[in-house]
Design a protein around this ligand. Structure first.
Ligand code: ATP
Ligand code: FE2
Length: 330
């Protein structure tokens, strides 16, 4: 069966096409076009406009690259939750129109869960704890009692948004993560920064304010600030992930989300896993960042479990939480 996935929760509009063959997926294409700004920050309406503008062209490119005719598509999946409402709406409308034209069912997919499921599909991980660190989301997700449950999360902003906000303050464009990672690699002196974990949750607002003050004081180099920021914020994430592994007696960790592309975060995760005899799974960057192959992958699993809707019933759920979803496919 050939499944087409559409991603549109925030800044990325993506189209992915997969074919499942004997339980494995064959990725035909994983295309994306990202809304970027020079000054930083996302304006939801502008991002949605971007999605509308690029959708048709990206779809044609996807068919061409996959060497298929659109009639070959059996299932259409779209990211229905959670995300920025105007962006979700564009993706849903595109999916709905296509499903009506081709007379196919639609599968509404939860984006956060898709980040975990693609890890299970592409690696040998069977039951990993997901450290999901993207722009808007920072969650430690574990499968227990038939649901994906959030064991820890950010109490304010997502790690990526925090990194981007700091980047914007010191003059970097959006997204700032890669540039900050590069700067951090030249840092030499560790500057002590606020480290805030509350129970299993983390918070970044205090850290951001402190970093801004230190930047304004002109007493520290940007390299040292970026380096110390990464060491501190990532240690908080790794600590919560480790506690989830211990608490739930799980032996596998999977990284996901755009910030999971960061080599230092990957290194810290590997060290922690090695110390506690757990396995650490890291995906290719194209499957860490927002991508449509993960939407197609989870859409296919849900379809096989009987979860799909008629095109006219397509909806978006901007505030759906990871643990709202009934997991019938596992
Ligand atoms: P979600 O909708 O799942 O919250 P998102 O819309 O924020 O995701 P992602 O592509 O998962 O999108 O993540 C984007 C974030 O990842 C941005 O905040 C960006 O700065 C950050 N990022 C990307 N590469 C790196 C890197 N190398 N180091 C740190 N952060 C990075
Ligand atoms: Fe994401």
């Amino acid at each position: 069966m050939i499944t087409l996935g559409i991603e549109s929760t925030a800044h990325t509009f993506g189209i992915g096409i997969i074919k499942d063959e004997k339980g494995k997926i064959n990725v035909f294409c994983n295309l994306r076009d990202m809304y970027k700004t020079e000054k930083g920050g996302i304006i939801p309406i502008e991002s949605a406009k971007h999605h509308k503008e690029v959708a048709d062209k990206l779809y044609q490119d996807a068919l061409q690259q996959s060497k298929i005719n659109e009639k070959d598509i059996n299932i259409i999946a779209y990211s229905a939750a959670p995300g920025l409402p105007p962006c979700l709406k564009e993706g849903k409308e595109f999916a709905k129109k296509l499903a009506m034209k081709l007379n196919r069912s639609l599968v509404p997919v939860n984006h956060c869960i898709a980040h975990l499921e693609i890890g299970r599909t592409l690696t040998k991980a069977k039951d990993p704890v997901l450290l999901y660190c993207s722009g808007a989301n920072t969650q430690v997700i574990v499968f227990t009692e038939r649901k994906y449950r959030i064991f820890g999360e950010t109490l304010d902003q997502g790690i990526g948004n925090f990194i981007d906000a700091f980047g914007r303050y010191i003059g970097f464009g959006f997204p700032a993560g890669p540039e900050i990672e590069e700067m951090a690699s030249h840092g030499k002196n560790f500057i002590k920064l606020p480290y805030s974990i509350k129970g299993m949750d983390v918070a970044f607002a205090g850290l951001l304010t402190n970093l801004k003050q230190k930047f304004d004081s002109k007493r520290y180099s940007i390299e040292d600030l970026c380096y110390s920021m990464q060491e501190t914020a990532f240690a908080m994430l790794i600590e919560t992930a480790e506690r989830a592994l211990s608490h739930c007696q799980k032996k596998e960790l999977l990284l996901g989300g755009g910030v999971a592309c960061n080599k230092r975060l990957q290194e810290m995760a590997k060290i922690m896993c090695k110390e506690r005899n757990a396995k650490c799974f890291i995906l290719e960057n194209q499957y860490n960042v927002d991508n449509a192959v993960m939407i197609a992958d989870l859409g296919l699993k849900m379809f096989k479990a009987g979860i799909f809707v008629k095109p006219e019933q397509a909806e978006i759920f901007p505030y759906e939480r990871t643990d709202d979803v009934k997991v019938k496919w596992r």
